[in-house]
Design a binder for this molecule. Structure first.
Ligand SMILES: Nc1nc2c(ncn2[C@@H]2O[C@H](COP(=O)(O)OP(=O)(O)OP(=O)(O)O)[C@@H](O)[C@H]2O)c(=O)[nH]1
Ligand SMILES: [Mg+2]
Length: 330
């Protein structure tokens, strides 16, 4: 293990765009050890003035929709334009399988070799609905390190899109043609969050099917309620594999960014995201303090047991624990 880096080392390292120190700053931010928390907060606090400058885009979609492949190609396109690209790949399955962190990294084989790219695979798992507890910190650290674009890859699974939508400026949802139930159920909910829908894998024999899917999605989005006064969600056909449509996809992302910047919606959205983040942290800290409280601990096992076995309601259990914590109104 390398020598622990000081707060000064990390701040200076991130400021100078040192990828190894950026990675260590993110590791510190992701740490669950209470003794790391204040250091992590200090690092980010000092770097805060340097944040906010990137285009933050979420790339989400079902498992296998082609997110990593697309990010690899799109990232290369952005690098060719002289942009620095950071990728946060949040992989909720890796908490279980343990093995897919590497798999995700290797699925961006070209980008992984580039000096002006930074790829951070993060295990998903607890909290935040699959998007890691500290993805936002990681995103801000990447901005402070001078990345012009931060792409957040996350597997579409309901809560995940909501969590990722709360940290990015623009949500790109990848869909596939011919899945049959494209416009049903949960997907409709996801569409409500999408700024751009990209029908992916539009290559080879699949192009015609993708064109039909594009028309269907355009129709569905046209019927949806407008969320923004400056932007109507758009549908585009792309292929991460061949790169077809990716320059157009990025132009849409930039157009969305420019319009929401001009209308003030970008700042408003980021403000709301920070408000949400604040309260999420309050909840997280309160819960941790509550669990650690000796009075709560003394009653925890029994109260949990009573709730689990149906002797008291969860509300009654919560009231009992909060009373022990000194925060109840009982
Ligand atoms: N034909 C075609 N195949 C693609 C395309 N993009 C990805 N694939 C294939 O689809 C499979 C999944 O690609 P990934 O990029 O790993 O998909 P992903 O959405 O990142 O997958 P998870 O991270 O596991 O959810 C791989 O076998 C790719 O080769 C594409 O544009 N066209
Ligand atoms: Mg992937």
């Amino acid at each position: 293990m390398t020598r622990p880096a000081s707060v000064d080392d990390l701040v200076r390292g991130v400021e100078s765009g040192d990828r190894a120190l950026l990675a260590r700053a993110i590791t510190l931010a992701e740490s669950v050890r209470p003794e790391d928390a204040s250091q992590a907060e200090e690092v980010l606090g000092r770097l805060l003035p340097r944040t906010g400058g990137a285009i933050r885009a979420g790339i989400t979609g079902a498992p296998g929709a082609g997110k990593s492949t697309l990010i690899d190609s799109l990232g290369m396109h952005l690098l060719a334009q002289g942009q620095k690209v950071a990728v946060l790949a949040v992989d909720p399955s890796s908490a279980i399988s343990g093995g897919s962190i590497l798999a995700d990294k290797t699925r961006m084989p070209r980008l992984a070799l580039e000096r002006n790219a930074f790829i951070r695979p993060s295990p998903g798992g607890s909290g935040g609905g699959g998007v890691t507890r500290r993805s936002r910190e990681a995103l801000l650290l990447c901005e402070a390190a001078g990345y012009d674009v931060v792409l957040v890859e996350t597997v579409g699974a309901g809560q995940n899109e909501i969590a990722v939508a709360r940290m990015v400026d623009c949500l790109v949802v990848l869909v596939l043609a011919g899945a049959g139930d494209e416009l049903q159920g949960i997907k409709r909910g996801i569409l409500e969050l999408a700024d751009i829908v990209a029908v992916n894998k539009a290559d080879g024999d699949n192009v015609a099917a993708c064109a039909r899917a594009q028309a269907e999605y355009a129709l569905a989005l046209g019927c949806a309620r407008a969320r923004s006064s400056s932007w109507r969600p758009r549908v585009i056909r792309v292929s991460g594999l061949t790169g077809a449509g990716l320059p157009e996809l990025w132009r849409l992302v930039e157009e969305h960014h420019a319009l929401s910047l001009r209308s003030g919606e970008l700042e408003e959205q980021r403000r709301e995201q920070r408000r949400h983040w604040l309260w999420e942290r309050v909840e997280e800290s309160l819960q941790a303090a509550c669990r650690a409280h000796p009075g709560v601990q003394a009653r925890l096992t029994q109260v949990e047991k009573d709730v689990l076995e149906g002797r008291i309601t969860p509300a009654q259990g919560a009231r009992a624990l909060l009373a022990a914590f000194g925060a109840g109104d009982a």
